[in-house]
Design a protein around this ligand. Sequence first.
Ligand code: GCU
Length: 420
Amino acid sequence: MRFALCAAIPAVLCLGFTANYDEDQVPDYTLPDPLVLEDGSPVPDAETWREKRRPELVALFEEHVYGRRLPDPPHLHFQLVDEDPEALGGMATRKQVVIHLAEERDRPAIELLLYTPNNVEGPVPGFIYLAFWGNQTMHTDPAIRVSTRWMRGHGTGVVDNIATLESRGARVENVPVETIIQRGYAIATYYYGDAAPDDHARYRREILSLFLDEDAERDGAHASAIGTWAWGLSRGLDYLETDDAVDHTRVAVLGHSRLGKTALWAGALDERFGMVISNNSGCGGAALSRRRFGERVSRINDSFPHWFCRNFRNYNEREDALPVDQHMLVALAAPRPVYVASATEDRWADPKGEFLAAYHAGPVYQLLGEDPLPVHEMPEPGVAAHGAIGYHIREGSHAITEFDWGMYLDFADKHFTRPL
Ligand code: GCU
């Protein structure tokens, strides 16, 4: 799925921005060290990481990139609106749950769709995945409720920013539901616009209406859209904690592209997620900002000013001044398994920068007694590199595909089946 013309063309002028796709033009840079405290002293052990450095890094990402995290919901109520124990031809149980977040109000609320396998003794591990155009795009199952929320205009079956029945199953290629179920995993999704409409003029209208006023952006570290989508993922996990069919200690948070950025931030903030997976997440996700390859901080802030907090704009054309880089975001998943995936044609997202972020998170994993990436160079396309940090680059364009899911399922088999 593509949103930017810039993503499709090697080097173009886009909104006055020219992307660099020449490795020789990548400037020299020095990455900030995840294992050195703000006062300059080293992080010698796991306890110092956990007690001091990890909170420092979360605070730096809040202040300079994603905005301050939102508080717990003022109200949380789960309404089971649909349950079918014979879904998908009998292989799965389907549940649809409205997660109410405000008392005496229909909105804001998040609609979670959940399939769990029928032929496996529960509770089962699973994935929580953010859907771009509504849960109904994920599968042709006619019982999936069609989202009634505002959505961006270019999805199949979206007319005047509202999903129509034509949108049913429009994104089946994004989530191979039957394969996931057959391999013994649950799959949950919610439409990210339930949490925050993906539009600068609208993003405060749902969940943020509970917490922010119109002047919120005067505060440079105001809550962002990415922060709000991530918060919604945690509310999904709140529900999964109450569902006996799912082992809530073994839930992987997974997103593609802007929602891959979101998955990484969700996993950093909420350590209840047992695994963190970022698919083609690029700038502001897994890709190192300092490489200035493909999409850059200035371009993403110009195009999507609501995704990050206002302070992030201070680093337009000044990536070296950032107190963090994205390898530190990957490291905030530690010691839990974390996965970064790229695609060969997705140069806008800087595959090498994504690989290097996964690679440079390694010392934190080693400090905590976990395996870093098992390779020092980018693997060949299609080849898995699976330590506690996982990486692959697949042939092809910016997308989440069955191949990517196969890798994530293998990675989950490796880590979720070992004794806890
Ligand atoms: C744009 C944006 C990327 C983002 C992508 C997506 O291409 O520039 O940063 O990852 O949209 O979310 O699909």
